[in-house]
Write a protein that binds this ligand. Structure first.
Ligand SMILES: Nc1nc2c(ncn2[C@@H]2O[C@H](COP(=O)(O)OP(=O)(O)OP(=O)(O)O)[C@@H](O)[C@H]2O)c(=O)[nH]1
Ligand SMILES: [Mg+2]
Ligand SMILES: [Zn+2]
Length: 384
């Protein structure tokens, strides 16, 4: 992209620069294959990878994005990737798009220049004055070329093994889904998801499902703790129809993703929130078995307005790691206190005169949250 006399109006955009960009597609297809053979495998492998040193994985790199006349382009949202073809929804039309070569330069840096959720500008492709058509998943769609991509407001990444993949861009809300019981509620897991979701720039919503199975108000107390931190926290039960209307309101007109461990009721919640979804998720699973196997997400329009992110190929995914030193920034009750620690680089673990530990002693930070922090911190440190 180096060129002389960069015209005025160009701006620098910071993008993630992945060191593993040189990896061949073969790694991925092998992973895909092993995942297809055993869908639980990725999930199990990922468990230990949720928190991991990031420093070695990525650094920021600056590229130049030329000014775009957006008004001259058809504007839409990438809802699905099929190989190199991006399906873009613009108004009532779905386009099958290739990507302009100059944008693919960005692909080399980023591996995925265009991903599900990207806001793009495209031009129609015509042949001899006629709108050209492309076949995508046995549907004939008008062909377009993606000319420009808006900077991403948020990124939803997942980790599998040592690799990180951008699952979707511009997701507004991530619903951390856990269960009051079956599987056992582990609040520490909520904290891990919170850190990753904050890092990705999304709005977290906590959903404690299966409230009908709550024993001795353990889950109800956990919900109170997170409400005390001003997180939107919902307590839901599908058989008791509890909290579902509230959840619908919170998710209206958003792009939403549900994250959380297996068996907590993510699929059940999706179907309860929008009963018409069943078919669509079913057909996506079928797709996966077909030859257009994809491991990327898809955006599905749903009854609440906006989109819900479907992640075919995995029943669950883990979010990317953070650096140990970054974790404190994502514990929201720590943020205003850290400047009062005696040491500017205080890790809030072994140091004296630590404002965080003082706040724990004073009951301003709960021991559960502090233990979560400590656990994540040491795990990250070990790997750095
Ligand atoms: N008691 C009770 N059971 C529920 C509730 N919601 C879901 N379940 C049950 O929990 C089980 C798991 O639900 P799923 O929706 O498949 O869970 P999931 O989170 O999608 O799981 P994965 O797809 O494996 O990640 C099913 O047997 C559901 O019927 C609830 O509110 N209360
Ligand atoms: Mg499910
Ligand atoms: Zn401290």
């Amino acid at each position: 992209m180096a060129r002389k006399g960069r015209p005025k109006g160009d701006r620098k955009v910071r993008v993630d620069f992945r060191k593993n960009r040189g990896k061949t597609a073969r790694d991925k297809s092998q992973w895909t294959r092993s995942l297809r053979d055993n869908p639980n495998k990725a999930e199990d492998a990922d468990k230990s990878e949720l928190v991991r040193a990031k420093g070695a994985l990525s650094r920021k790199r600056t590229i130049i994005e030329s000014d775009t006349d957006w008004d001259a382009l058809i504007q839409g949202t990438v809802v699905r990737m099929r190989g190199l073809i991006a399906e873009v929804e613009a108004g009532d039309t779905t386009w099958a798009c290739t990507v302009r070569r100059v944008l693919r330069t960005r692909q080399i840096d980023q591996r995925h220049p265009v991903t599900v959720g990207d806001r793009v500008g495209l031009t129609a492709v015509s042949v001899a004055g006629e709108q050209s058509q492309l076949v995508s998943d046995e549907r004939e769609l008008p062909e377009g070329v993606i000319e420009a991509i808006r900077p991403r407001a948020t990124v939803l990444e997942r980790v599998y093994g040592r690799r990180t993949q951008v699952l979707a861009a511009n997701v507004d809300t991530a619903v951390i889904t856990v269960a009051a019981d079956q599987p056992t509620l582990r609040p520490h897991l909520i904290d891990r998801y919170l850190v990753s979701i904050h890092q990705g720039g999304m709005r977290p919503v906590i959903c404690i499902n299966k409230s009908d199975l709550d024993k001795e108000d353990f889950a109800a107390d956990v919900a109170e703790r997170y409400r005390g931190l001003e997180y939107i926290t919902l307590f839901t039960s599908i058989p008791h129809n509890e909290g579902l209307d509230e959840l619908r309101e919170v998710l209206r007109d958003q792009t939403t993703v549900f994250v959380g461990p297996s068996g907590v009721g993510k699929s059940s919640l999706l179907n309860a929130l929008d009963p018409s979804l069943t078919l669509q998720t079913g057909s996506l699973t079928d797709l996966q078995r077909g030859r257009h196997t994809t491991t990327t997400a898809a955006l599905i329009r749903w009854a609440l307005g906006g989109y819900v992110v479907d992640t075919p190929g995995t029943r669950q995914f883990d979010l990317p790691p953070v650096e140990a030193g970054e974790i404190e920034a994502y514990f929201r009750e720590f943020v205003d206190l850290v400047s009062a620690c005696r040491f500017p680089d205080c890790s809030h673990t072994h140091e004296t005169n630590c404002a965080i530990k003082d706040a724990v002693d004073a009951g301003k930070i709960t021991p559960e949250r502090y233990e979560s922090y400590e656990k994540m911190f040491w795990e990250c440190k070990e790997k750095e």
